[in-house]
Design a protein around this ligand. Sequence first.
Ligand SMILES: NC(=O)c1ccc[n+]([C@@H]2O[C@H](COP(=O)([O-])OP(=O)(O)OC[C@H]3O[C@@H](n4cnc5c(N)ncnc54)[C@H](O)[C@@H]3O)[C@@H](O)[C@H]2O)c1
Length: 421
Amino acid sequence: MTSLGALGSRLEERLRSRSATVGIVGLGYVGLPLAVAFARAGFRVIGADADPARAALLAAGTSPVEDVPTADLRPLVESGRLTVHSAPDALGEADALVICVPTPLGKSKEPDISFVVAAADGVARILRPGRLVVLESTTYPGTTDEVLLPRFSRNGLRVGEEFFLAFSPERIDPGNPTWGLSRIPKVVGGVTPACRHLAETLYRQIIDQVVPVSSTQVAEMVKLFENTFRSVNIALVNELAIMCRRLGMPVWEVIGAAATKPFGFMPFQPGPGIGGHCLPSDPHYLSWRSRLAGYEAKFIAFADEINGGMPRYVVELVRDALNEQTRAVKGSRILALGVAYKAGVGDVRDSPALEIIEALENLGAHVDYADPRVPQVTVGAHRLKAVAWADAERLVSEARLVVDTRNATGGLGEFRHVVRL
Ligand SMILES: NC(=O)c1ccc[n+]([C@@H]2O[C@H](COP(=O)([O-])OP(=O)(O)OC[C@H]3O[C@@H](n4cnc5c(N)ncnc54)[C@H](O)[C@@H]3O)[C@@H](O)[C@H]2O)c1
């Protein structure tokens, strides 16, 4: 039995009975679905987002996040179960606070935890006895204990007795219809056993399976390992695609056949590079922290080099394929199909498609794009508007040349004018 003390026991009871108020700091891809899940579970939820325009949009009941339909958000806002503000002071009444702010990279690919620091400073100002704070932002091992804990302890509050602090990595996969928030097991590490127990209690109200680990550092490392695993395996399969091309064989067939092995193999798909807020950044949080401890991470560096080189490789494919048809990139009209960093989302952060479009434009091509989820996009210094979406089948029948980096045409057969990665 974990000893919770009087304040912890009261909070536990309030969490179990869902009479507690939950505060969410940062209402983006991670924070908004979480706020909605807690509100739907019966909690009163207060959300704060530092972007006033976003806060106003949400306060009007409109969702900018694909996985949260406005139809789900609006009734929660209208009934007052979920309120949204732009100032962190509004979170003063929350019993449990969850921080979901961005953790990007700085110019030299070092962790930029300035959003976490700002959010933690905001929470420190309103932290009162009996509160639980959980950090969900992906970050390097040690952030919760070294960056958050001293800020919250400054006013004399004792962790594990008077307030509670934990780390629980967010694992959502935007656009994934199978694995929604409640079905993805939630890893939780606390500064003390009481902290962990209360964070577990919080998440058990909305998530089927909670996985406690021994410390906040382990919980932080779990997330970095998961995303490094993905990044490294994507790099491996991207390199396989490069090798298969040199050796004159279809990489997709190789992967598909290898994936029939029922054990010891997990298929990853090659592509034009990696994007989004997570995969291009998270592994660098780990290599940066490891470097401070005197160890230079090798797989992370290799994966970064290979994945980071894929947009250039795709531009070369396009150039060579045009060349085969005795055409130049310069003056060609090119349609980029899909600019979001992955299927099912409208998120273009760090999308390799943008790098490819810009490089093709720099070579003199006139590039349009189609993406049903991205009405307009900024490439370099100018803005492009989406043209009407065309499906792969129509493209194959109408376009003079198709360069397919995602095997979208795989099921349609072999054609001389279709070049696959
Ligand atoms: N997007 C994903 O698929 C995903 C999945 C798992 C984990 N994560 C991690 O979760 C964290 C958040 O990612 P995201 O994709 O939700 O980011 P996001 O940019 O979509 O949302 C973050 C929100 O936080 C707000 N914000 C910034 N500073 C703030 C502050 N001080 N106070 C209040 N609000 C503030 C921003 O205005 C923004 O709306 C990151 O660490 C990310 O690595 C993201």
